[in-house]
Design a protein around this ligand. Structure first.
Ligand SMILES: NC(=O)C1=CN([C@@H]2O[C@H](COP(=O)(O)OP(=O)(O)OC[C@H]3O[C@@H](n4cnc5c(N)ncnc54)[C@H](OP(=O)(O)O)[C@@H]3O)[C@@H](O)[C@H]2O)C=CC1
Ligand SMILES: O=C(O)[C@@H]1CCC=N1
Length: 285
């Protein structure tokens, strides 16, 4: 297999890289969807699952091969995407390591599992790339950070970017930054939904129907993020533009400050970062 450098999945000489997604849950199915959206043929994508029923569901929904055989799927793949829970990664690596072909790229989205853990369990020289994605990847609006292992070079990072091309933003970072990335963008969608839910609930308290309050909250968060992205302006500048002197917005924001919402967001991110470090420490030093 040649990893190639084109933006699509096909390579001139050997055909497209065959990808096996191990673990077809929320993130695994998102990755399957992203591969197909990026132009991979369903024939070149396989997904494995623990339960036969879920494997069948994935096969019929996406037209890809789906099985319960990690070792077999891994042996046939050029790229492996590990999307099992962190505590299952070790047993999956033990299953796949003996049959792994030289040069197979191993990409993992498991939170907190350090690259050295993969490198200890896989044949020497196996290129490993660790990814921290997030759930909006499902609609191409995700934010992922990727970090290379000791045997992963530019071509492996580029191939990982091709695999993730339809998931949204992809940035390169050093592995040491992934705990912080997990706290901001990995877990971040939950903070955004928390805010949306709180705004909708407040709307109901103020007399709006739940349906209308939720629609307004979702559109407001979506539009605000889109405006920040398209203008590139600092969030404080954008916030000031909403805030008329002596008006409603300053009254609201001063109450957010009084309730320690900003400090709460920082504390939440620190807790997520600490949990990510704690998960990583389970995998030895
Ligand atoms: N969800 C998120 O927002 C994010 C998740 N991640 C990471 O993605 C990974 C997957 O998370 P998520 O998709 O949410 O979890 P899910 O539980 O939805 O998906 C994991 C899937 O793997 C299956 N599975 C379990 N054991 C095996 C096995 N031995 N072989 C093959 N498949 C198996 C599970 O089946 P069963 O349910 O039957 O056990 C399940 O369907 C995690 O490591 C997480 O840290 C990273 C960033 C964001
Ligand atoms: O909650 C978790 O552990 C995973 C990692 C980031 C988002 N979900």
């Amino acid at each position: 297999m040649s990893l190639g450098t084109s933006t699509g999945p096909s390579t001139e000489t050997d055909g497209p890289p065959r990808v096996a997604v191990l673990g077809g849950g929320v993130m695994g199915e998102t990755l399957v969807t992203a591969l197909l959206t990026a132009g991979w043929s369903a024939d070149d994508v396989e997904v494995t699952e623990r339960s036969a029923a879920r494997a069948h569901e994935l096969a019929s929904r996406h037209g890809v091969r789906a099985s319960r055989g990690n070792a077999k799927a891994a042996a046939h793949a050029d790229v492996l995407l590990l999307a099992v829970k962190p505590d299952v990664v070790g047993s999956v690596l033990e299953e796949i390591a003996p049959g792994l072909r030289e040069g197979t790229l191993v990409v993992s989205v498991a939170a907190g599992v350090p690259i050295r853990f993969y490198e200890q369990h896989l044949p020497p020289g196996t290129p490993v790339v660790r990814v921290m994605p997030n759930t909006p990847a499902l609609i191409g609006k995700g934010a992922s950070a990727i970090a290379p292992g000791t045997s992963a070079g530019e071509e492996h990072l580029a191939l990982t970017e091709r695999v993730l091309a339809a998931t949204g933003l992809v940035v390169r970072v050093a592995e040491k930054d992934l705990d912080a990335v997990t706290a901001i963008s990995g877990s971040g969608p939950a903070y955004a939904y928390y805010l949306i839910d709180a705004m909708a609930e407040a709307g109901v308290l103020l007399g709006l129907t739940r349906e209308l309050a939720t629609r307004l909250a979702v559109a407001t968060v979506e539009g605000s993020a889109a405006l920040a992205a398209s203008t590139g302006e600092h969030p404080v500048v954008l916030r000031e533009r909403v805030s008329s002197p002596g008006g409603t917005t300053v009254a609201a924001v001063s109450r957010l400050d009084a309730h320690g919402v900003r400090a709460g967001v920082v504390a939440a991110a620190e807790a997520a970062r600490d949990r990510s470090v704690e998960l990583g420490a389970r995998y030895g030093s």
